[in-house]
Design a protein around this ligand. Structure first.
Ligand SMILES: [Mg+2]
Length: 423
């Protein structure tokens, strides 16, 4: 197999928390987390330092729960600008080794070293060690790196041992180290997929690889086959190119969108408004969770004749509000489509584009009412909390009541998977 590629996956350890500790070394000596909205009882832990980890604090848990585990916990609000800067500098380091650098979120990236001149001087492991050392010298951050012949196992390797470690997954050892692990450790296996696989008696990645491809297709559809490829080491997807110009521009998320093929054709403005609210709520909530504001709204419509179009509009000012998103989306629809029983809509999408950090200052318009805006923002944040605790359908807009579609759990059912795989 001398044609094998050499792919690294580098993962910055506890990224947000490490950056904060780098900027303020005192934070290293106390348990500390980066968390959304520290004033707010229901904010969540986005990242933690080692001492907080030692207290049993987990990423994603509520700040109040974290404080119960560790009463003297320091909580730092996220500073996305700073993280973006570190992220860009890390990518520039990776670009010294290859132009095929594909970011996966702000703190991770694949680097394809196949054919790279560095390999005439160093082994892949030595290269990974050198990257690890450079990251520590120049950014003050530790990374864990996986090395393998495909992206999936390289990613597995970077999760396998951390912090500050290198793991090689080779054709000789993958059965021992990858196959013995639970399916959950494989990229793209979430909780619900794991549950389905366990029900079918598939517990480890090895079980998955040894299952029949047809069986997995029956169990999980197309994704089943993809996972089977992942588990067996057959993934051939490429590491995309990143150039100097786009190194910082393509930060993590460019837009957040959601679309749905409706269970029945939409035949009235009311139908469209209802579905647009349902989709918009999930987009808005994800946007707020990510700490973003959007400057542009985009809609996509496909009708029952399968004609489709996309329209977008820049907002007068960036927003975090579902209400603003949907109002703009609905206006775009009204201006561009005349609906009727015979001109029904089959699928509808709404997308928040031109994202910027929510705490960026922005210019208010003369017509804006800052008090009303703040009230709406507080209201929507409260609703997000209720939904997180009691489920998406615990709070619904009047417009979405009384229809067979209104019970759809848009956010949970329509998870957007990482770029490149299920697109
Ligand atoms: Mg990380």
């Amino acid at each position: 197999m001398n044609m094998d590629r050499i792919i690294l996956h580098s993962d910055m350890n506890c990224f947000y928390a490490s950056v904060e500790c780098m900027e303020n070394p005192d934070l290293r000596r106390i348990p500390m987390v980066v968390g959304g909205d520290p004033e707010n009882r229901h904010g969540i832990v986005l990242a933690k330092n080692q001492l907080a980890k030692n207290c049993g604090i987990q990423t994603g848990e509520a700040l109040w729960a974290a404080r119960e585990k560790c009463p003297n916990l320091a909580v730092k609000a996220p500073d996305y600008h700073r993280y973006m800067d570190y992220s860009r500098r890390a990518r520039k380091i990776y670009l010294r080794y290859s132009d095929r650098v594909e970011p996966f979120g702000p703190d991770e990236a694949w680097i394809d070293l196949t054919g790279s001149p560095v390999l005439s001087r160093m082994t892949p492991r030595q290269t990974a060690d050198q990257i690890r050392k450079t990251m520590s010298d120049e950014l003050g951050l530790t990374v864990s790196v996986g090395v393998s012949w495909n992206k999936i196992f390289a990613k597995f390797g970077s999760d396998y041992k951390k912090p500050d470690a290198v793991t090689e997954v080779t054709r000789n050892n993958y059965r021992q180290i990858v196959w013995s692990r639970p399916v959950r450790d494989l990229l793209c296996v979430g909780r619900s997929t794991q549950a389905k696989l366990c029900e079918a008696g598939i517990y480890t990645i090895g079980d998955l690889a040894r299952s029949g491809r047809g069986e997995l297709r029956r169990l999980l559809g197309k994704n089943g086959e993809i996972l089977w490829c992942f588990a067996g080491g057959f993934d051939v997807s490429e590491v995309k190119k990143l150039n100097e110009k786009t190194v910082g521009a393509d930060y993590d998320i460019k837009s957040i969108g959601n679309s749905l093929t409706a269970p029945r054709d939409l035949v009235s403005d009311h139908d469209v408004k209802m579905l647009m609210y349902m989709l918009g709520e999930s987009v808005g909530m994800r946007m707020r969770e990510g700490g973003f504001r959007c400057g542009t709204v985009e809609i996509h419509i496909r009708d029952k004749e399968l004609r489709s179009f996309t329209r977008q509009r820049k907002l007068a000012r960036p927003t975090v509000l579902t209400e603003d998103l949907v109002r703009c989306g609905y206006a775009l629809y009204k201006e561009n489509y005349r609906i009727s029983e015979t001109a029904g809509i089959r699928s509808l999408g709404i997308r928040a584009c031109a994202l910027s950090p929510a705490d960026d200052p922005f210019q208010l318009c003369l017509t804006d009412d800052p008090i009303r805006m703040e009230r709406s923002e507080t209201l929507e944040a409260e609703v997000d909390k209720l939904r997180r605790r009691f489920g998406n359908n615990s709070v619904r807009r009047a417009v979405t009541l009384g229809d067979s579609m209104s019970g759809l759990n848009i956010k949970a059912d329509h998870v957007v998977h990482p770029v490149g795989y299920f697109a």
